[in-house]
Design a protein around this ligand. Structure first.
Ligand code: FE2
Length: 358
């Protein structure tokens, strides 16, 4: 009897522990396969983007129609989205991050927030210099950082290079936004890559010496200051001229009409270019769907509209830029990998500090 009850107890314990084990092992499996099923079957891709254009919504709708994959969009400020990704870690919902400037995309990569993507569609559609060397981010639209000048006071023949803006003839005439702008950091990073650190530092000091005023405002404010007569020339991204020409504020249209666009360094090292781009997040749950959307955005079909929404150049060489951009003429871009803009970012920030570019 004693033995029997002992045996009964052992059998009971065995059954209980087997049940517990199977419960333990089956719960996460179920959850996992549930997640996998969600990734494979629910057909969604979650996107963090700093863009907010109706055109994008239409493109996503077209993508959904063609692929059956729904695009969930979270819009926000570029730096905040990167901070959010970092904070969320592997709990993030985001599969893709779209943001402006190679310098900023590089920061996301350096913080371990992105992962490499192997896709022939992407590497065939996007030139090598416009994507990360490890394919952790891909340019989708391109902009140039140009010289904008007062048409009534400056002749295009007076202009030549970024370097020439440091010559005494431009003393008190150069307008440019503060050093904390990633656009300026990337411009200086490009000059470090092309001319070396010493020359880049001399250039930055020379610009500070020729500034019309202490740097303030955004790119558009520099064009406004040119037209207001505070200075004669401004360093600006091309798309802001497009935005101002199509602005609902009449005074912005007026400003844009009174300035000209000049592509510097055409006989030398080329005009500084940069991109807005996309990266697959490190913890993307909808991996395949995300890559499909990346490929769609790089496709000829999507590129025209995606670039034109922000008056930018398509990165896909098979796609023509808009008439406005064509009206400014062809230009020779800097011949460097945009990966370098990220790699020299901290050096650029250091130089700005050293030369007193506020
Ligand atoms: Fe911008």
């Amino acid at each position: 009897m004693k033995h029997n009850s002992k045996a009964f107890l052992v059998i009971c314990l065995l059954i209980v522990s087997m049940l517990a084990l199977s419960a333990c092992s089956s719960t996460p499996n179920k959850a996992e396969s549930g997640n996998d099923a969600a990734a494979a079957d629910s057909g969604v891709v979650n996107l963090y983007t700093d863009r907010h254009y109706d055109t994008d919504e239409k493109l996503f709708q077209l993508f959904t129609k063609e692929s059956g994959i729904k695009v969930n969009v979270v819009k926000g400020n570029s730096d905040e989205l990167i901070e959010r990704l970092a904070r969320e870690g592997n709990n993030t919902e985001a599969d893709l991050l779209i943001t402006a400037d190679a310098g900023r995309l590089h920061r996301a990569k350096a913080q371990g927030l992105l992962q490499p993507v192997t896709s022939e569609v992407l590497t065939n559609s996007i030139p090598a210099n416009l994507r990360d060397q490890d394919n952790q981010w891909f340019g989708l639209t391109m902009r140039a950082r140009v010289i904008v000048y007062a048409k009534d006071r400056v002749k295009p023949t007076d202009l030549s290079t970024y370097e020439d803006l440091t010559s005494p003839k431009w003393q008190g005439k150069v307008l440019v936004r503060p050093a904390n702008s990633i656009y300026n950091q990337s411009l200086l990073a490009s000059l470090i890559a092309i001319n070396g650190e010493e020359q880049a530092k001399e250039w930055a000091a020379g610009i500070v010496a020729n500034m019309a005023r202490e740097p303030k405002g955004n790119d558009r404010d520099q064009a406004k200051a040119v037209v207001a007569g505070e200075g004669d020339i401004a360093i600006m991204n091309t798309y802001y001229i497009g935005k101002m020409l199509h602005s609902s504020a009449p005074e912005e249209v007026k400003v844009a009409e009174q300035v000209g666009v000049f592509f510097p360094n055409q006989d030398t090292t080329g005009t500084h270019i940069n991109v807005s781009g996309v990266g697959l997040t490190k913890y993307a749950k909808n991996h395949k769907n995300a890559i499909k959307l990346m490929e769609f955005l790089a496709s000829e079909k999507a590129q025209t509209q995606f670039a034109e929404a922000n008056y930018e150049y398509p990165v896909n060489n098979n796609v023509e830029p808009s008439d406005l951009l064509k009206s400014w003429g062809d230009f020779k871009p800097q011949d460097i990998s945009l990966t370098l803009l990220g790699e020299y970012n901290s050096k650029a920030v250091e130089i700005f500090n050293q030369v007193g570019w506020k």
